[in-house]
Write a protein that binds this ligand. Structure first.
Ligand code: HEC
Length: 192
């Protein structure tokens, strides 16, 4: 590891959020970000599950394609934040990480290998008052239907049609599929 990347990892590890802290010790922005991310995750999972059950996996692709960004923007508006999903190996180029998000995602990957018990969560405050939060999204069994190695033909054909540059296949259970990212702009951070 060269000097620059070890410094970066150090910086990021220092601001990793301790998961065991008592509720009243948690930074309010961590608490608020966790709540937003939990709502996003559970709404999406519920719609995905329903669609997988009712219409099958090809129909469920539409939930990820259309509903995920809609839920994210509705929550972003109501929460006064920018909330999104991102990944180093993304399916939709609109989800490509910004440089700071890519740095955090790479630090999550290193952290997962070096000390798997560390929580994969990140918070930073910029000098201008902007607050940035990220938490990793692990690959669960259901995710493999569309992000795993051996996709059934009808899924891979639909994904090929919708995402000609798809990079989000070949994941295994437990891999970091990506992350939720929350940005509180300096004005919103001050008025909350
Ligand atoms: C039915 C197919 C399907 C299933 C099942 C599925 N996804 Fe996806 N996933 C997609 C599609 C399609 C996109 C692209 C969405 C878009 O256009 O924004 C996507 C995008 C994502 C992204 C955003 C980054 C990117 O690659 O563009 C993340 C993170 C993600 N999925 C995580 C998961 C996780 C975690 C699971 C399991 C809980 C899961 N997905 C299950 C189809 C699926």
């Amino acid at each position: 590891m060269n000097y620059r990347s070890s410094l970066l990892v150090l910086l990021i590890v220092v601001v990793f959020v301790p998961r065991v802290a008592a509720a009243d010790e948690v930074d309010p922005y961590v608490a608020k970000s966790r709540a937003l991310v939990a709502t996003f995750g559970s709404q999406l999972q519920a719609e995905l599950k329903q669609s997988l059950g009712e219409g099958g996996p090809v129909a469920a692709i539409a939930v990820c394609k259309d509903r995920a960004p809609q839920i994210a923007s509705a929550l972003s508006r109501s929460g006064g934040v920018k909330l999104r999903r991102t990944s180093l190996r993304y399916r939709n180029p609109l989800n490509a990480p910004e440089p700071w998000e890519a740095r955090v995602l790479r630090a999550f990957e290193e952290q997962r290998h070096e000390s798997p018990a560390m929580p994969l969560e990140y918070l930073s405050r910029l000098e201008d008052g902007t607050i940035r939060y990220m938490s990793a999204i692990k690959t669960g069994p259901v995710c493999l239907v569309c992000h795993g190695d051996n996709l059934v033909d009808e899924i891979s054909e639909q994904l090929d049609a919708d995402y000609p540059h798809d990079r989000a296949r070949g994941y295994a259970q437990g891999d970091i599929r990506g992350a939720f990212s929350v940005t509180w702009s300096s004005t919103n951070a001050r008025s909350q």
